[in-house]
Design a protein around this ligand. Sequence first.
Ligand SMILES: Cc1cc2nc3c(=O)[nH]c(=O)nc-3n(C[C@H](O)[C@H](O)[C@H](O)COP(=O)(O)OP(=O)(O)OC[C@H]3O[C@@H](n4cnc5c(N)ncnc54)[C@H](O)[C@@H]3O)c2cc1C
Length: 357
Amino acid sequence: MLIKNINHITDKIGGILIVGEVENGQLHPIAEELLHKARELRLDDELIELCIINNKKVDVTRLYQRGMDICHQIISEELTAPMDTLWSDIFLEIIKVRQPKIVLFGATNFGRSIAPRLAAYCKTGLTADCTQLERGDDGDLIQIRPAFSDNLLAHIKTTTSPKMATVRYREFPQAEIISQKTVANVIEVTGNEKLCFLSLPVELVYTMEEDWKSKGAIKEFVIEESPLGKEDICEAQIIVAGGAAIKNQDDWKWLAELASEIGATLGASRALVDQGLASSQMQVGYSGNRVKAKLYIACGISGAPQHLAGMKDSSYIIAINKDPSAPIFQAADLGFVGDMYSLLPELIKAIKEKRNG
Ligand SMILES: Cc1cc2nc3c(=O)[nH]c(=O)nc-3n(C[C@H](O)[C@H](O)[C@H](O)COP(=O)(O)OP(=O)(O)OC[C@H]3O[C@@H](n4cnc5c(N)ncnc54)[C@H](O)[C@@H]3O)c2cc1C
């Protein structure tokens, strides 16, 4: 066991568990979107639960006010950066005790790494990148997700339990407030006792076993920040994205300068991620991030359906491509045909001149 004294007993099991993600001490907002969906999915008296791991307690008041019943907080001073295998082992202990029918994750980098591991540990299926979730007449979870580059919607039922699904960020609205309750009934879990959830919401606080480090597969976790794409692209209002026209790191300089001039975040097509010229956090598209920017500038991107799937909902799309027949122009509101290495310096110069009056 990694968590100290987790063997509590309760007759209220089998609800919906949301696996939360903590970034810089804050709960990732996708938890509120999953809570919205969990409230719609909930049958009878199923409890909605959230499980988070962090180095200190996270304020989840907003979720209590939005209908969350139980929050499991696993705390240890050294649990600062997510270590996928260790985190999965910890979540597994919560799943074993709470026996949820449904487990939901955000389809963020964190969720995409944790969910498959947990599904494998539980010997159950996982449906990735769901865009809709429903309960069938038999109470079973119907997981709906686009397939074949968004050309059809697959309805998937998992025959094993628990049912596990990742959901894309911003696919569901955030849960609406239903109570002004700001204080949960906090229980420090001491183990082997009967827990009684008479007064909800409940916060169950667990600590890690003293020797948890020796049980984890990862001994050291080093974070190396990529010089490109530090911002969360899903939150970006303006994006300058590069495609296979970029041949080396130096080619990014014009896109980086344009991005800095207009306050944009850098994005990339998968071609660049595959070549190691961009980080996976920067990838826009079907198997990357879906963005809804106010302005999306695609530079040297052909406009494959898998790329369009991730950015077509942006409000205004500008495409720069030397090939006038490139499909990106079909999706663009404004197109420039030409060599981007000639066009971008001109564009940056024009923006600077306009700004300086
Ligand atoms: C299951 C699956 C999932 C996928 N998921 C994704 C995804 O999430 N995101 C994604 O992007 N792709 C994804 N792809 C890959 C996708 O099919 C394309 O291969 C990829 O998007 C192509 O990237 P690109 O447009 O940068 O490159 P290319 O298709 O090679 O296009 C490069 C473009 O740059 C133009 N160009 C070249 N030089 C210049 C220049 N100097 N100035 C101006 N224009 C220039 C060319 O005319 C060309 O149009 C996926 C594919 C599969 C099968």
